[in-house]
Write a new protein. Sequence first.
Length: 202
Amino acid sequence: MKLLNIFITKLKNFKSKNKNVLILGSGGTSNTAYVLCKNLKAREVVKVSRVDGKNNINKDDSNCKIVRYEDLKGDFLNYDFIINTTPVGMFPNVDVSPIEVNKFKKLEGVIDVIYNPLTTKLVNAAKKLGIKSCNGLYMLIMQAVVASYYFNLLFDKNSEEKLDKAINSNNDINSEIDIYIKNKMNEICEIEKELFQSYNSV
């Protein structure tokens, strides 16, 4: 739990509260980035996609605005943060970037979820302009940490004994295992509530 709070605090250092954010991409990772930006009190969050926005409604907020890359002009060039959730720039196609950061005159930060290479063309361009930036390595590590945390919650040191007992009993094996996992998932739900509360207090 402390690790998750550290990650949230690290992201909050970008100070996206009341700022405008462009999220490049419209896949699953873009939804995560969208919810995070909303929770961090960003003023406006807009997704940029090659796909028509009408066919790409955000599951977490049907009011999420989605524009095409060719629409990035005018007020959009004054946005404060860019988050790349696309695979553009990932190995082996490292010589491409989803966007030209030098067009954004008020840009304060760039986040690229790509971790291979560690410095994408997008991140490198931001660094050359003195813009705060980070890659996706930390996110990758934290995903592993949180996944391991949940796995250990679900399968603790007593799991093997309990599952063996269920298998060797005369009862319906699947029912026994289902009950065990359901109880564990209820425990995890309670922990998630606690994490959400701690998140909002950071």
